[in-house]
Design a protein around this ligand. Sequence first.
Ligand code: ADP
Ligand code: MG
Length: 715
Amino acid sequence: MLRRISTKLVVAVLLTVVLPFVVFAVFINEQMGDRLTRHVVQQALMGLVKDLGGQIDYFIDERHQDLDLWSNAPSINLALDDDLFEQRMLERARVEGGDPESGGPPWSAASVALLARGRMGSGDLDVGSQARALFTSELDRYVARKAVYDVLLLIADDGRLVTCSSRTPEGEPLSFELLECLFLTDFSREEWFQRTLDEERIIGVDHHTSPYRIYEAPPDEDQAWNYHVGFAAPVRESNSGAVRGVLYGLVNWKFIQDIVAAPVVKDAFRGLVKPPEEPSPYSWIWASDGDTILGHPKRSLYYKSVSKDLGLPQMVEAVRENRAGWGLYPEYTFLGEEKNAAFRRCAVQDGFSWVVGVGIDNDDIYATAEELSDLLLGGTAFVLVMATLWTFVIARRTTGPILELQRYTRRVAEGDLDAQVDISSRDELGHLADDFNAMTRELKAQRGRLVKAEKDAAWREMARQIAHDIKNPLTPIKLSLDLLERVRRNGDPNADEILDRTTELMQRQVENLREIAADFYEFTGGRKARPGRVDAGELLDEVLHLHDAWAVEKGVQMQRAGRGGLVNADVGKLRRVLVNLVSNALQAMPNGGELFADVDPEGDEVVIRIRDTGTGISEDVREHLFEPYFTTKGEGTGLGLAISKRVIEELHGSITLEPAPWDEAREGRGTLATVRLERLDETPSAAPGEVPTEPGPTGPEQGSEQVDGEGPGTS
Ligand code: ADP
Ligand code: MG
């Protein structure tokens, strides 16, 4: 797999760069979501919920201050005095007139009507009502200024309404029916009224539906409009300090709910999600029981029980068990969303002890982490792709020239020394290519020189060999001529006999020279072969016959066997092969011996075997037998077997020389020469190219015998 440099490079880069990158990305992905973001978000939730609770506390505080300030205003006592005065007047009228029916509402119906029309303080009222009217307009001013009170009531210690604000915060007059109802109410039956008188302090009246509904919730507004909290402050006699009435302010719940519904809840987490998306956080208010929902963005959940209706008892439990009044809810699932949330108790001093909570979807918490990890993974993928691509490009640019070099190296190896690499890069590979080209040029030049040197050497060797081989027969010829000269000069009586012997010797030497010339001629290629039908048996007989005299001379017995066989060959060339084999055999038996020659058809081959009982061939000699110029003889050319092999192979046959089987009688081996040739059909047809067997141009190798100094003619 890693067989290519480019692959190795890519793998190396992936392992060293990309792998750690991916591991890092996965690690960040794992760790960041939980450890970083969730923790930070939880802290933010806690901070937010603390802030919201603080705002509610502050809002409640402000109401306390309002009531405290207003209940101590000097005009409030005047109004109460005014009321007391009127009560006395009415009492007296009742006693004097004895008319119990003339009691009626504390204010005349006319006055209430005026109140309803918003015309209090216009001077149309009875003298006795002047102070109350003035205070009424003061209450109206309070309502208008603070804008959170639906109505302010001044109640006498007997539970009768003395006066009240007459307009809504928006300045609309209150309805006559409402006012009439208020004036007819006996507040002494209210628990908060009694408590205010008893405890002589400002009492908070928890979240409730007010019986004095100032107005219905405007359409499309949430139900918070229909709920209220109340604040009741004791009013004291300016001199004695005794409590003589109650100032009651009815605050619409909407304003408290607005605090927790403020945009800050979402804004605080806006960074967590991508812009068009709204962050999920919202907040809520639960009652002091930590269970009943008082405020929630979902209006339908008002007054629902968290533990029962919402099925989240673990949240209620968490709030109830928490002593600090501030903390985190356990993670929970609401409407299929996993969430984290924090809570805080607030307005504890009034006994309201509401629970403000802020929750957020886990999706939002992890959105940033997910976005970051997406970015990281995207970045990793990008780095991966880029790294791989670049590595491939670099690897290509690196291995390209190497492959080019490899290709040219092969061409050079195949002998094409004209190959020149074309690599333009100026780096080490460029230098290598330059060196390669220089090397090829040098190689080419060297080869030229080498070929020339080899040619010269071959010619020299050839010339040396020829000169050497020709010199041998020339010496006896020269000696013979000298002898003849001497005989003629001296007039030797045996001149005739000597002349005959010398002539015969010279003829043999000339024959030998002819033989040597023929060998060299044959070795250089010789004449063109003229194949024809040859009876190998007849040819072998002829060759043996030629060697008869020599064999007798050497004391060698020649035996001929076999049925013979027809082959397709150039008879002259085949004769030369057989002559060489027979004379090699005879030369190998300087002290006499036996020569077995046989020709037999074997399958579709004709096999010629010539075995001697001579010196045999050593392993060393055997290796070089067929090499030209290889000879172990002082006067041999070493061409005989080389020529034979070529001739036989041209006929698609084979020639081998091997140690002969062990000869018991002689306790020796000798040599066995085997020639195998393709066999021709026995039925002879007069082929046009047929050359009849004729006596060869060469005689037995008597020359060498002479030169070797073995023959009888040696002088
Ligand atoms: P040459 O006869 O001129 O030496 P050859 O090619 O005919 O050249 O033979 C090569 C060599 O092979 C001989 O010198 C000799 O050593 C060896 N050889 C050939 N035939 C025989 C044989 N019958 N017995 C032993 N050695 C042989
Ligand atoms: Mg020979």
